[in-house]
Design a protein around this ligand. Structure first.
Ligand code: FAD
Length: 394
């Protein structure tokens, strides 16, 4: 490890790996540090992602795909299931990943672009100079070291400290964080190319239970519960256990993971002089779905590109870093603000109201409805309250 780089990225998840890669491809010397021994392990994710522009970040390879997804079913108590399916039976619109392999492949891609990667290496603080971030205090195998950099990218996930060290307010209120608990199960009867969601307070107050298939008889079965709703009826794991016992009484749990998912809609300011935050560190996961992989990739790319431009121009001021926030808002701002409205609408909704909306769309053909935007358009037609809340955000 050298004593100085143009850019240091803290955190080797999808956001950090992509940020590092794009900074290096833009000509910067880049160090990527990851506190864990292995990138991507243990996973803290249900591993679902839309196909979208994924191939921009990695060549699509079977080795990191656990299951291609062709449909989704939403269950609301008291109403018929909402079944979404592509028009063309061969169309794949999402993947359940093997994140242990996917995350590593993204880091490999960064290394190929020239990034220096160190695992088992933690950031313990930031070095400040002349009112801006100027490097990272690092601990590696018991040794402490100060490494200088003109730009630091905080990609340290939901537990992010980099933002706080850099003077950014990263506090999360209980209503802004979902607790996710998940089992990897085998020996269960599931649709191998269809994801399932279970809504309503019986399953998950203010959240949902998911079944994401991972091949024959195997799936991620998990729950996301809003922090502010956790008092109503027990801990997330109690809800998950009840679901698993009734749905998969003979299934076997072979892995468990849990973590927080920020659903705040993003931090107001995700930069400082010489500093940018990406992915979960900037709370950029989607407020309604909790999905953060895609937004991590997008924000990582934008921050990486901006870092390279700053290095080329020699401008590491707040104004220079702010260009990243502007680019993020153009790319993901509209989705984030719409999905924050959806989240607040959903958590305020009673079970009776949810059932009424689901009943009102009984008989609607959801074939070809493949994402939140399309689903919301249909729901807003039968639910005036939702229509009103969304206003211009539809
Ligand atoms: P992370 O993947 O969390 O990576 C951050 C990295 O930083 C970690 O490797 C960590 O070890 C490292 N780090 C932290 N502190 C330091 C430090 N001081 N020094 C060095 N390294 C450090 N999203 C989806 O899109 N689809 C899903 O199906 C989905 N399901 C989920 C289910 C659950 C139960 C949970 C908890 C989350 C789920 N998410 C899902 C969210 C998704 O996992 C995150 O949004 C995504 O991992 C964010 O990527 P990231 O790179 O920003 O952060």
């Amino acid at each position: 490890m050298k004593d100085a780089y143009d850019v240091i990225v803290v955190g080797g998840g999808p956001s950090g790996a992509v940020a590092a890669r794009f900074a290096a491809e833009g000509g910067a010397s880049v160090l990527l540090i990851e506190k864990r021994q292995e990138v991507g392990d243990p996973i803290r994710c249900a591993e679902g992602v839309g196909t979208g522009d994924l191939d921009k970040y990695l060549d699509i390879e079977d080795r990191w795909i656990a299951a291609p997804i062709k449909g989704a079913t939403i269950y609301v108590p008291g109403a018929a299931p909402i079944k979404m399916r592509a028009k063309d039976e061969n169309q794949i619109y999402g993947y359940i990943l093997e994140r242990k392999i996917f995350d590593r492949a993204l880091v490999e891609r960064a290394a190929k672009a020239g990034v220096e990667v160190y695992t088992k290496t933690s950031a313990t603080g930031l070095i400040m100079k002349d009112g801006r971030v100027a490097g990272v205090k690092i601990k590696r195998l018991g040794e402490e070291k100060e490494v200088m950099a003109n730009v630091v990218i905080g990609a340290d996930g939901v537990e992010s400290k980099v933002g706080r060290w850099g003077g950014i307010n990263t506090t999360l209120k209980p209503a802004d964080i979902e607790t996710g608990v998940q089992y990897l199960m085998t020996g269960i009867d599931i649709d191998e190319d269809n994801v399932e969601f279970f809504m309503g307070s019986e399953y998950a107050p203010g959240g949902y239970v998911w079944i994401f298939p991972k091949g024959k008889g195997r799936a991620n079965v998990g729950i996301g519960l809003l922090g502010s709703k956790i008092k109503e009826g027990g801990r997330p794991i109690d809800f998950l256990n009840r679901f698993v016992e009734s749905r998969f009484p003979n299934g076997k749990i072979i892995e468990m993971n849990y973590d927080g998912v920020p659903v705040s809609g993003g931090i107001d300011k995700i930069y400082g002089a010489g500093l940018m935050l990406v992915g979960d560190a900037a709370q950029l996961s989607d407020p309604i779905t909790g999905g953060g992989i895609k937004h991590g990739l997008w924000s990582g790319e934008l921050a990486g590109r901006n870092a390279a431009e700053a290095v080329a121009s020699g401008d590491f001021s707040e104004k220079s870093m702010k260009k990243y926030q502007k680019a993020w808002e153009e790319k993901g701002g509209k989705i984030m603000s719409r999905d924050l409205i959806l989240k607040n609408y959903y958590i305020d909704m009673s079970d009776e109201e949810a059932t009424k909306v689901a009943q009102a769309v009984e008989g609607v053909d959801f074939t070809g409805v493949l994402d939140v935007s399309q689903l919301v358009k249909i729901l807003a037609k039968v639910d005036k309250k939702l229509l009103l809340k969304l206003g211009a955000n539809q």
